[in-house]
Design a protein around this ligand. Structure first.
Ligand SMILES: NC(=O)c1ccc[n+]([C@@H]2O[C@H](COP(=O)([O-])OP(=O)(O)OC[C@H]3O[C@@H](n4cnc5c(N)ncnc54)[C@H](O)[C@@H]3O)[C@@H](O)[C@H]2O)c1
Length: 367
């Protein structure tokens, strides 16, 4: 086995996780992806072995940890659709909270006690003020956000009881694609504004819907802090290094500190694609705050991190290049056909775990 420092990456076949695997490999680490391929893609695992496994299956996770003896874990595996979590809270608490607990117990049993955790701005709920600092009151308004806040609490308790060190990175809106074009965003169903707008510009969707045009914002549409996924990946590597150097547990916001409205996303996609977007204006989605922008000053200080992609157009360009290469099915072979969110939730909750026979052979790590 390689003598590189091995890092277990749960959810490494997903959007953010796969970009982090690439960044880890660039920095000399060997990422070991453990993913049940529920919403991730085998084709996105290129920088280390893939172990098909479910974080809610403690024996399987222990098996993977015993096989690779990682120095630390990065935990992305989760269900991530806030709206879906409202109608399927059981699936969300089971997978996100239950899965994390299994993972933490498997880590504790094996003496692995360093974790970088994917948290989210959804733990703040509807912000009282923006930009949002880490000490802002927490008030998640859906089970997805609540599940992530519960996990942060569990991590604090594991630190106090077992000396378990973690860094929770609260991202706002991950966006864009790998600048080299190796990997990109491939959610199913897709609920994020930039890929939806880009797919509309490519003629793969009939129109782009703006949810809410009566927000108390300059152009009436919701404002979000779009942060390039490769910048997020760089922050994860910095967080990992901090933990491996003996750093204390901490929770940090990751964002650019600059917000863009949905109309600005439409303009950026039109500018990049040279096409006019067919836009429909609809009502607000329940639970969508008007403005979500990060105060990421602490991440800059603690991790020495600053995002390189600071403009919306650059982020959209990288997403455009990725999506223009092919349809989501072509880019992510094996992707299931898109289904309405609620139908997907019901069928996914009933989905069996990936059988161990599906475990993938280990490809050679690639740089
Ligand atoms: N995308 C964003 O804008 C955003 C914002 C804030 C936080 N996050 C968090 O970042 C993380 C990654 O998000 P993403 O956008 O890459 O999502 P994603 O769906 O692309 O990736 C999640 C990955 O986890 C895997 N997975 C899910 N449940 C699993 C289980 N029980 N066992 C093993 N693997 C499992 C999926 O197959 C997938 O590969 C999530 O924890 C999410 O909550 C994402």
């Amino acid at each position: 086995m390689s003598r590189q420092t091995r890092i277990l990456v749960t959810g490494g076949a997903g959007y953010v996780g796969s970009h982090v695997c690439k960044a880890l490999s660039r920095e000399g680490f060997l990422p070991i992806t453990c993913d049940n391929l529920f919403s991730g893609h085998r084709a996105a695992v290129n920088w280390g072995p893939l172990e098909v496994g479910d974080v809610t299956d403690k024996d399987r996770i222990s098996e993977v940890i015993d096989k690779y003896r990682p120095q630390a874990v990065m935990h992305f595996a989760a269900h991530i659709v806030a709206g879906e979590s409202v109608t399927s809270p059981s699936a969300y608490y089971n997978n996100n909270v239950g899965g994390t607990l299994c993972l933490l117990e498997a880590m504790r049993d094996s003496g692995v006690n360093r974790l970088v955790f994917s948290s989210t701005a959804a733990i703040y709920g509807v912000p009282q003020a923006t930009p949002i600092p880490e000490h802002h009151p927490k008030g998640p308004i859906n089970p997805y956000g609540a599940s992530k806040l519960m996990i942060e609490q569990i991590l604090e308790d594991f630190d106090a009881a077992y000396g378990f060190r973690s860094i929770a990175l609260r991202y706002f809106n991950a966006a864009g694609a790998d600048p080299d074009g190796d990997i990109g965003e491939g959610h199913d169903p897709e609920t994020h504004a930039i890929p939806l707008a880009v797919e509309t510009a490519l003629g793969r969707r009939p129109h782009f819907e703006i949810f809410g045009t009566d927000y108390p914002t300059p152009d009436g549409t919701a404002i979000r802090d779009y942060t390039h996924v490769s910048d997020l990946a760089a922050a994860h590597v910095q967080a990992l290094k901090r933990l491996l150097a003996g750093g204390e547990s901490i929770a940090l916001n990751l964002g650019t500190g600059r917000g863009h409205s949905v109309r600005e996303v439409v303009e950026a996609v039109e500018q990049v694609s040279g096409r006019t977007l067919p836009v429909r204006e609809g009502p607000r989605r329940p639970g969508d705050p008007p403005v979500l922008v990060a105060d990421a000053g602490n991440a800059r200080q603690a991790l020495g991190w600053s995002p390189k992609f600071t403009g919306l157009v650059g982020i959209v360009e990288s997403a455009w290049r990725w999506h223009a290469r092919g349809t989501r099915e072509e880019l992510s072979p094996g992707l299931r056909a898109a289904t309405p969110i609620m139908v997907a939730a019901a069928s996914r909750a009933a989905m069996p775990r990936a059988p161990s026979a599906e475990r993938a052979p280990e490809p050679a790590p690639r740089n």
